[in-house]
Design a protein around this ligand. Structure first.
Ligand code: SAM
Length: 421
């Protein structure tokens, strides 16, 4: 696959006629009706669907039971298969909309931390929505240029560059991508990739792993970009591997890894804090916040302005440092605001896998009622207890709603509301 030039790439796309099969990647902790479906050979959590359902009309999609992701893009699960990822610090430098970020978050677990960065603000907002829906509480979303992230010298165990590219691997899924392709664009992409790789390399700790991937076939953007890195940092690279994937798999994806020498003398340096963002929660606030968390002993609470957040203990100091040095737009679990010693919960808390389900009554809705909830249409009060409710469908959390006598205040975020028929 790595040997293909653009023309061969096109020829391969044409050979692979018909639309790409629909596939999803399952959430590591949430049940999903597709867990028994045909597995993607290179991705343990990947499943092929026999048809493409309307994901918008599937409450399980909004509950984060799965992420809709091309089987090709799940190839990184294969690349990381032999690697110890749990508990690691991972940088996903080009992260939106979050397909790979949610994979890394699943693999990193609650002692790990994923820093998901995206330069484009609009795309970063979508990334933050997807991270919140995935609900693992171990991701910080940043909006910085790669050169700004590079102030975290030697700080990450794994650095992933899923680079902006000319997208030849997308020809099959989105035929318009063929029209946008040009030789000049390939060259522009290659220059940008070299710049991104240079900054990414600085952030990698000695012994750490760099993963470079694109969804394109040409040599210039794949091996070419890596050769640029080898030329600049070659003496710091202990091994580098390009992953072969047989053309018959139809994987429109290129991936390669490079490991930094463990004792190459590269330094580990993070910026000195120049401002204070986190205020540790007080005793009373902690008592109220802890009530909402299944394992409160594993988490630390802090306020940023008037919103309280929960962080896994093992990553608290790291996220605090990030918030003080980069533009962090989301991190940990946004828990909400406290009024008169009572938490008004944030949507992120409903989606958090570590929510204490006994904190508030659960209102289990039928599929039809769940879709009404997701559309923010009026709901019959009878399904809800007085006060705050966790709204679920099939046991999966969708959000919060507060009943005050006969009125139900739907707290599902307006920005996520579904609008179709
Ligand atoms: N990793 C994502 C996923 O799995 O969902 C897809 C990432 S996409 C291939 C590349 C991303 O790089 C885009 O979101 C794009 O906005 C971002 N990007 C564009 N120019 C960039 C730059 N100069 N530095 C870093 N990222 C850039």
């Amino acid at each position: 696959m790595a040997e293909l030039g653009p023309e061969e790439g096109r020829a391969l796309c044409e050979a692979l006629e018909g639309p790409a099969p629909t596939s999803v990647r399952l959430h590591p902790q949430r049940p999903c009706r597709w867990s028994g479906a045909e597995a993607v050979p290179w991705s343990p959590a990947g499943r092929y669907l026999t048809e493409r359902p309307s994901f918008t009309l599937d409450p399980a999609f909004h509950a984060g039971a799965y992420y809709v992701q091309e089987a090709s893009s799940q190839f990184l699960a294969h690349v990381l298969a032999g690697e110890e990822v749990a508990g690691k610090r991972i940088l996903d430098l080009c992260a939106a909309p979050g397909g790979k970020t949610t994979l890394y978050a699943s693999l990193a677990g609650s002692d790990g931390l994923v820093v998901a960065n995206e330069v484009n603000r609009q795309r970063a907002a979508v990334l933050a929505d997807n991270v919140r829906k995935w609900g693992l509480g171990n991701v910080a979303v940043t909006v910085n240029e790669p050169a700004q992230i590079a102030v975290l010298e030697g700080w990450f165990d794994i650095v992933a560059v899923d680079a902006p590219c000319s997208g030849e691997g997308m020809f099959r899924k989105t035929p318009e991508a063929r029209d946008e392709w040009s030789e000049n664009n390939v060259k522009i992409c290659a220059v940008r990739q070299a710049e991104i790789l240079r900054e990414a390399w600085k952030t990698l700790r000695p012994g750490g792993l760099l993963i470079y991937s694109t969804c394109t076939f040409n040599r210039l953007e794949n091996e070419g970009s890596l050769e640029g890195l080898l030329a600049e940092a070659g003496e710091e690279i202990v091994e580098s591997t390009a992953f072969d994937c047989p053309p018959e798999w139809g994987v429109g994806f290129f991936a390669a890894v490079a490991r930094k020498v463990p004792d190459g003398g590269s330094r580990v340096r993070v910026p000195k804090s120049r401002r204070t963002i986190f205020t540790p929660a007080g005793r009373r606030e902690c008592a109220e916040l802890a009530r909402w968390i299944a394992e409160p002993g594993r988490m630390r609470f802090a306020a940023v302005a008037d919103v309280y957040y929960a962080y896994y203990e093992s990553q608290y100091e790291a996220v605090k440092m990030l918030a003080e040095s980069l533009r962090v737009i989301a991190s940990g679990v946004a828990m909400g605001q406290i009024f008169k010693e009572r938490l008004k919960p944030d949507h992120a808390l409903a989606m958090f896998c570590g929510l204490n389900r006994r904190a508030v009554p659960v209102a289990e809705l039928s599929e039809e009622e769940a879709l009404r909830f997701l559309r923010k249409q009026e709901a019959a009060a009878a399904a809800f207890a007085e006060g705050m409710n966790l709204v679920t469908h099939g046991g999966a959390a969708l959000g919060f709603a507060k009943r005050i006598q006969n009125r139900v205040n739907n707290m599902y975020p307006n920005s996520l509301r579904i609008f179709n028929l």
